[in-house]
Write a protein that binds this ligand. Structure first.
Ligand code: ZN
Length: 152
């Protein structure tokens, strides 16, 4: 992927990021969530709240993802929420690892299944914003961890 260090902020995030920012997916709160978590980043006032309801097979049946704050967290939360349905929590965790790797090291052989999240690669030029992009994932991981310790 070519480096573009001088892109103006307006064009920076690309159509896909702006689309998720303007029309965030899965914003309806769940009443029957199995996994729930919220993360807050005081640096830019970002907040991500994620909920997951599981089916009998332990796969994601329903997702709610609500973000407040900058455009990046809102887009990232929406993008992440769109990739979870039908996955087991192990698959969700594996996807999260690939997303984190792509944000820190660039997309490579491990980008399989990242879908719209790959558009967030543009944020890599702005290291402080990587945290914005990863905040919903951190919330998701905390939620899964809490769910597993409860289920045991
Ligand atoms: Zn932010």
């Amino acid at each position: 992927m070519p480096q573009q260090p001088d892109v103006p902020l307006d064009g920076l995030y690309g159509d896909l990021v702006m689309d998720h920012y303007r029309r965030p997916r899965n914003r309806t709160p769940l009443v029957d969530a199995d996994v729930e978590a919220e993360e807050f980043n005081p640096f830019c006032g970002d907040r991500a709240t994620l909920q997951i309801a599981l089916d009998e097979q332990g796969e994601v049946r329903d997702v709610s993802a609500i973000a407040e704050g900058c455009s990046i967290i809102q887009a990232a939360t929406s993008m992440l929420s769109g990739l979870l349905e039908g996955k087991s929590l192990d698959e969700v965790s594996a996807l999260g690892e690939r997303f984190r790797g792509a944000m820190h090291n660039g997309a490579g052989a491990d980008e399989t299944g990242l879908g719209d999240l790959l558009a967030l690669q543009v944020v890599r030029q702005y290291p402080v914003r990587i945290k914005c992009a990863l905040l919903p994932l951190t919330a998701l991981e905390e939620g899964i961890k809490a769910y597993r310790s409860k289920a045991r």
